[in-house]
Design a protein around this ligand. Structure first.
Ligand SMILES: Cc1cc2nc3c(=O)[nH]c(=O)nc-3n(C[C@H](O)[C@H](O)[C@H](O)COP(=O)(O)OP(=O)(O)OC[C@H]3O[C@@H](n4cnc5c(N)ncnc54)[C@H](O)[C@@H]3O)c2cc1C
Length: 381
């Protein structure tokens, strides 16, 4: 057991997903001494459909054209609702499919190359506030720094240390499977052109997807609690896709696995305190209705790093500025006047108007796909 009394680090980042690696890379490039700790060894599996929006590339400061690993640009998406397939097309690329194990490993490597010290296979057990530092417990070894960035996902120990997580937060539960297929084989009629296929659940509590990226087929379904159980929703989607020949007949799908994460829709998490900043899923920043989480993770990490590099203000002021900036970019997470009024409407009325929006080509593009799902041509995002 060792205790480091003099803090050799300006910041410790807990978690090396897209949020953690983006924060660490930006801080290291700005000359800060950064230690990043992740429980896993990379490349590690991360359950995710792997769809990324144009803003992701901006915040990780990398061009998709130069990305050397699996990448599938798309300029088309379909939404299926009540048995109807509704297609939307754009004249330019609005999103990309990537494989998370590759993408996260790539981002982490860039953080290391920028000068961050990365320790893989290192689980943080506990995080404690002290008078003017934060101490991080690694199975008995204690490390201190003036600041810790919590990027450890939904169960991040830094989020736990920062404060109670309210019971009322909205948690999306999802099941997902990613299977290697031969490109162009067994993938069904509607993937002749690339693009995500989204299957809205009849009660609109969630949606399923089928997404082909290079030689990977990703299928899954995520929903908020209530109504039919997630597993049943998923089984019935897979039955239907199988009957329609949209799953490979000759390759068994990888096992469906589950993960849950908070979205910024109700009871938002505390995102900062003196010496603490949370980014990505640790801060519950995934978008409420689409579940998009990679964009919010890298954007919040860029904001956190930018504030720390600005310097010149105390820890309380950094935390206050970060909270304000998160509210400005991602909303307060508390329902506003319009949302409160809409919530009083009977559920059939809400479902009816949502269906009407989804069926209208223009509203589906503008409100659902561009606004909620972030599928916007690069120049507009
Ligand atoms: C099934 C599913 C599909 C999804 N599809 C999409 C999608 O297509 N597009 C999209 O934008 N979002 C999607 N999301 C959401 C997205 O995956 C997350 O929002 C995103 O990964 C958040 O990134 P992050 O960096 O905050 O956390 P993570 O990517 O979760 O990274 C957290 C890291 O912290 C590490 N860690 C955790 N605990 C500790 C600890 N105690 N000590 C040290 N390290 C620790 C973990 O090993 C992990 O590497 C999906 C989510 C699910 C569940």
């Amino acid at each position: 057991m060792g205790i480091e009394t003099v803090a050799p680090w300006d910041a410790i980042v807990v978690g090396g997903g897209p949020g953690g690696s983006t924060a660490a890379r930006r801080l290291a490039r700005g000359g800060r001494r950064v230690l990043l700790l992740d429980a896993a060894r990379f490349p590690r599996t991360k359950l995710c459909a792997g769809w990324v929006t144009p803003s992701v590339w901006r915040h990780v400061e990398f061009s998709p054209e130069d990305y050397p690993l699996t990448i599938q640009p798309f300029s088309r998406a379909t939404v299926e609702i009540d048995g109807r397939v509704l297609e939307t097309r754009w004249s330019d690329t609005v999103g990309w499919g990537i494989v998370r194990s590759e993408f996260d490993d790539f981002l982490l490597r860039r953080a290391r190359e920028a000068g961050a010290e990365v320790r893989e296979g290192t689980r943080v057990r506990e995080v404690r506030r002290e008078a003017d530092a934060v101490s991080v417990d690694l199975d008995g070894d204690e490390i201190r720094a003036p600041l810790v960035i919590g990027a450890g996902g939904h169960h991040c120990p830094v989020a736990r240390a920062l404060g109670e997580i309210e019971d009322g937060e909205t948690v999306v539960a999802a099941l997902e499977s990613e299977t290697r297929i031969e490109p162009g084989r067994g993938t069904g009629h509607s993937s002749l052109e690339p693009g995500p296929e989204l299957f809205f659940e009849p009660d609109l509590r969630g949606y399923g997807w089928r997404f082909v990226k290079g030689d990977r087929l990703n299928v899954g379904l995520g929903c908020t609690p209530g109504g039919v159980a997630l597993r049943r929703r998923c089984d019935s989607m897979l039955d239907r896709l199988g009957r329609e020949g949209r799953l490979p007949a000759d390759v068994p799908l990888e096992r469906m696995r589950g993960h849950a994460y908070a979205v910024r829709l109700s009871a938002p998490r505390l995102v900062a305190g003196p010496g603490f900043l949370l980014v990505g899923d640790a801060a519950g920043l995934a978008r409420g209705l689409s579940g998009e989480g990679i964009g919010p993770a890298v954007e919040s990490a860029a904001v956190a790093a930018g504030l720390l590099l600005d310097g010149g203000v105390g820890r309380d002021e950094v935390a206050a500025r970060y909270r304000r900036e998160i509210d400005r970019r991602f909303g307060t997470g508390r329902p506003g006047r319009l949302a409160r009024a809409l919530a009083k409407l009977p559920r059939p009325a809400i479902e009816g108007s949502t269906r009407w929006i989804v069926r209208s080509g223009w509203l589906r593009r503008k409100l659902i796909l561009e606004r909620l799902f972030g599928m916007r041509p690069r120049g507009e995002s």
